[in-house]
Write a protein that binds this ligand. Structure first.
Ligand code: KG4
Ligand code: ZN
Length: 340
């Protein structure tokens, strides 16, 4: 009997990742080669450095993923790849490698949107039930996505400026923390108190958009002002106050969204979904609500190819396919309702 095996590729930013997923749910392998240490000394991801690392690592990652899954090219049903959004040079490496494998082994090629991938990290734990809402929070994205049915996505709210993870990384730099700062700020936030009362951007209008630049500026101004007058501030209190403001806004808008749409599940995904403050707050808020909370498994919050394989399997079932003309789309939009 033919197995339903997807070989998936993720190279949109600073992780080279290849996975083999069976039936859309089972991870047979998920190789993630991170480049974070190469980018740390620059304080953020350097696109050219990222592309070079992807080129150097991708072939061995493919071999490792197939070996660990104990499968060969002939066992595969399809190849899935992130083609946007992301860094163009980084995306191109994954897209080119995936197209080559698909062409050489005569396999269908499934184009996957990176955000859909993040959402489908939850599907690797348990099948997503629709209608569903997803809060996608990462270094590049902060989005509320309404999914009335499988393969139907509608962005109902997004950030107007910085992404949540980006704000963490920027204020982390002011605290002297290496990129990416989110995890460490999260740890510090559990040791301090919310003493600074930073602004929360909750506009009166009934929309689901986010904004973190005012909070980021307030944070940076507070630290600079203290520096100028020679006052020392408690870094843990700063981290707690920042995190409290971020979590208040994310939780408030998300709860408002799930109260406005008839959803069975709330999925929380992306690098910032690993945030303990956010996980605890949403767990608390949804305790007495009918909506089921689906926090992405911690190891699958950051970029990885397993989530791309799971989304790829869903798209494959819906016959979403590409040919060798597939190109990287760095600014790929993510707002489509496709009739199944
Ligand atoms: O999803 P991801 O790996 O890459 C993108 O697609 O952007 O997200 C990375 C982001 C970084 O900004 C990082 O600082 C943030 O996720 N992050 C966190 C935590 N762990 C990672 N932010 C807050 N709390 C965390 N525990
Ligand atoms: Zn991502």
């Amino acid at each position: 009997m033919n197995r339903n095996l997807i070989l998936s590729f993720e190279t949109s930013c600073d992780e080279t990742s290849i996975a083999v997923i069976e039936d859309g749910h089972t991870i047979l392998s998920n190789i993630v080669a991170t480049q974070i240490r190469s980018h740390q000394r620059f304080g953020g991801v350097v696109p050219e450095v990222a592309s070079r690392h992807h080129i150097q690592q991708i072939t061995s990652c493919i071999e490792e993923a197939l070996n660990e899954a104990k499968v060969g090219y002939d066992d595969l049903s399809a190849v899935a790849v992130t083609y946007g959004p992301g860094l163009v040079g980084a995306l191109l490496i994954g897209v080119t490698a995936a197209k080559t494998v698909a062409w050489a082994h005569n396999l269908p090629l499934v184009p996957v949107n990176h955000i859909a991938g993040h959402i489908y990290a939850a599907n690797l734990e348990k099948t997503i039930e629709f209608p569903a809402m997803a809060l996608v929070v990462s270094g590049g994205h902060t989005e509320l996505v309404y999914m009335p049915a499988e393969n139907q996505f509608e962005i109902i709210g997004e950030t107007r400026d910085d992404a949540a993870g980006e704000a963490y990384d920027k204020i982390g730099r002011v605290l002297g923390i290496n990129y990416p700062a989110g995890k460490q700020v999260d740890e510090m936030a559990h040791l301090g108190h919310d003493t600074f009362n930073f602004p929360r951007a909750m506009d009166k209008e009934d929309n689901f958009d986010f904004s973190f630049s005012g909070l980021k500026s307030a944070f940076i101004n507070t630290v600079h002002h203290a520096d100028q007058i020679g006052e020392s501030l408690d870094k843990n209190d700063l981290a707690t106050s920042f995190q409290q403001a971020v979590v208040d806004v994310l939780a408030d808008k998300t709860i408002r969204a799930i109260n406005s749409f008839p959803v069975k599940q709330l999925i929380v995904a992306g690098g910032v979904a690993a945030n303990h403050g956010l996980r605890e707050r949403l767990t608390q808020e949804l305790k007495n609500m009918p909506t089921e909370l689906r926090l992405a498994p911690l190891p699958l919050c950051g970029d990885n190819a397993a989530m791309i394989g799971s989304a790829g399997e869903m798209l494959f079932r819906h016959h979403v396919l590409s040919d060798e003309g597939l190109n990287a789309e760095p600014g790929l939009e993510f707002d489509y309702i496709e009739k199944s």
